[in-house]
Design a protein around this ligand. Structure first.
Ligand code: UDP
Length: 324
């Protein structure tokens, strides 16, 4: 298939691009390289382009004529979205709408959207199904939800179908060691703990120890990035085969607390490091765990890396031998 991947030089995007290339799809990556890395796009053709470049995207769509667009390009930090909400609404929402209009005008009929568990806010119960009412508690979650809504409306008004994938916590790296997670500055839990284990950072802070969870720290559903990537390929095939527009959760249905992740990193790496208890981070819900049965049933998604140890091992391998 001919696929345009926005943000394909980023963390999740690069793992999707790698799998698309491995199966022989024709992939064009558009990425402004603000958080992405040229090397992460592998052998895919890369256009360095910002999501706000409407004319550029229109031109790209006209010349490449993709059968599908996978849209990753976005800002991703909950904490930052609390400090600077308009940055998130401008890039994730407004520029997302502009991309959708360009897709509509150039006849793109299949769209895969990187959504987030952040659309649920603080779910009433976990594991949370897709039918739970969306109620974000931070601008990041709203910025994603608004695009989901636009997609829903587009799909009812035009010959256009989409899959929105609500990621829980992406983690790990491709076992080849060629690509992995690399944010600057890093804000995500597993890479930060690994940097504490490697000695690159002094230690790790636990944000909040008074949540209503078994050990008082936040619980998240960490899902290996290659299993997430596979969900995108399956979603593409589903749309190509005429599947109707859908929203799917992407997680394993099992959560780990921050303390459990710290303990697992100590075990996998054999390293010790300092752990400090710190106040809660604004915008964090206590517990996010996916009910992903719809993804497994409808898309026949079968996770291959569903194990916290494997996630940490692949991330540790990347951390020790990172290429960017
Ligand atoms: N977290 C933490 N210390 C850190 C970074 C993150 O305790 O240095 C916690 C954070 O509060 C959240 C969990 O780890 O409960 C996962 O955070 P992350 O930023 O990795 O992902 P998010 O859940 O925000 O998508």
């Amino acid at each position: 298939m001919k696929v345009l991947v926005t943000g394909g030089a980023g963390y999740i995007g690069s793992h999707v691009v790698r799998q698309l290339l491995l199966r022989g799809d024709d992939v064009l990556v558009a990425d402004n390289l603000s958080n992405g890395h040229r090397e992460a796009a592998g052998t895919a053709c890369l256009e360095v382009m910002d999501l706000s470049d409407n004319a550029g995207f229109r031109n790209l769509l006209k010349t490449f004529q993709p059968e599908a667009v996978i849209h990753f390009a976005a800002f991703i930090e909950v904490g930052e979205s609390m400090q600077n909400p308009l940055k998130y609404y401008q890039n994730n929402t407004a520029n997302g709408f502009t991309l959708l209009a360009a897709c509509r005008d150039s006849g793109v009929k299949n769209f895969i959207f990187s959504s987030s568990a952040a659309v649920y806010g603080t779910p009433k119960a976990v594991p949370v199904p897709e039918t739970a009412p969306p109620a974000p508690i931070n601008p990041y979650g709203f910025s994603k939800l608004f695009v989901e809504q636009a997609l829903r409306d587009m799909a009812t008004s035009a010959d256009f179908r989409y899959v929105a994938l609500r990621y829980f916590n992406a983690a790990g790296a491709d076992p080849s060691g060629e690509i992995g997670e690399s944010h600057n500055p890093e804000s995500h839990l597993i890479p930060l703990i690994l940097k504490a284990a490697s000695g690159e950072r002094e230690g790790i802070k636990i944000f909040g120890t008074d949540y209503s969870t078994p050990d008082g720290t936040c619980v998240r559903d960490y899902v290996h990035v290659n299993d997430l990537a596979d969900a995108h390929l399956k979603a593409l095939d589903y749309l190509r085969d005429g599947g109707e527009s859908r929203v799917f959760n992407c997680g394993y249905g099992r959560g780990y607390s921050v303390r459990e992740v710290v303990a697992a990193v100590r075990q996998v790496t054999g390293k010790d490091f300092s752990v400090t208890e710190a106040p809660r981070r604004a915008g964090d819900p206590a517990e996010l765990v996916a009910d992903s049965r719809e993804l497994a049933e409808t898309l026949k998604w079968k996770p291959q890396f569903d194990n916290l140890r494997t996630i940490i091992e692949t991330a540790w391998n990347w951390e020790l031998n990172r290429r960017y």
